[in-house]
Design a protein around this ligand. Structure first.
Ligand code: C5P
Length: 221
């Protein structure tokens, strides 16, 4: 591998948990820190690529040279990814996209009800990576799977369902992996069925491994 294997290539990376509005002062989200996405942006830049980072979090150090697009909800993230996708060489969906959002966003702050429980109807968000997987041409599409059970079985099914080229699976119940922490332990699945389980390492080291496997994958085709 040459150091600048990705010179002239442009990648989209998404990061962070999406925020799904309930009313002007409330939203639904998840524990994603955005660290994995930022690390991936850095690893891509290290290999000479240009990167557009589409993120819900902006409290991390932006790697030098990365173009930053701030988004909040899954729908905003979908719009931003769609706009950039055709001109890109690949997409890494490291963001934790909410599967559901409130059906209606209240215009005013919702008042406490006199009787409980109260209910809220949720509708499904678009599956961004599956949409891009369905329409990809030259692009390499990388999805993530955070699982709490049957990691590899669910991850393989997801790789196929989303028509991804690679899927990065992590067991978020492991204390040294997943949300919020600085380390991760992942298995990289390839669409041809190959899988590589990596030991616990820092998120930047995991990101460098993922990018190396992307480079191998891209030179295979
Ligand atoms: O289906 P699941 O949410 O477990 O899949 C995780 C992968 O799919 C991640 O790469 C995530 O960024 C992506 N995803 C998405 N749009 C959604 C839900 C998940 O792109 N609505």
């Amino acid at each position: 591998l040459t150091h600048h294997a990705l010179n002239g290539k442009h990648f989209i990376v998404t990061a962070g948990g999406t925020k799904e509005a309930i009313d002007p002062v409330r939203y639904i989200t998840n524990y994603s820190s955005g660290k994995m996405g930022y690390s991936l942006a850095q690893a891509l830049v290290e290999n000479g690529a240009t990167v557009t980072l589409i993120s819900t979090v902006d409290d991390l150090k932006l790697p030098f040279g990365v173009k930053y697009i701030a988004v909040s909800s899954a729908e905003e993230m979908r719009n931003a990814v769609e706009l950039a996708f055709d001109q890109s060489d690949g997409l890494i969906m490291a963001a934790a996209v909410a599967d559901y959002r409130p059906e209606n966003v209240a215009q005013q702050k919702i008042k406490k009800q006199t009787h409980d429980p109260m209910t809220m109807t949720l509708i499904q968000n678009p599956d961004i990576v599956a949409m891009m997987g369905a329409k990809k041409a030259k692009q390499i599409v990388v999805a993530f799977a955070a699982e709490t059970q049957d990691l590899l079985k669910n991850a393989k099914a997801k790789l196929l369902k989303k028509n991804a080229d690679m899927l990065i699976a992590n067991d978020v119940t492991a204390v040294d992996a997943g949300f919020g922490v600085d380390t991760n332990r992942v298995t990289i699945l390839q669409k041809d069925g190959d899988s590589i389980s990596l030991p616990v390492m820092s998120k930047i080291e995991v990101a460098r491994q993922i990018v190396e496997h992307m480079i191998i994958n891209m030179t295979k085709e």
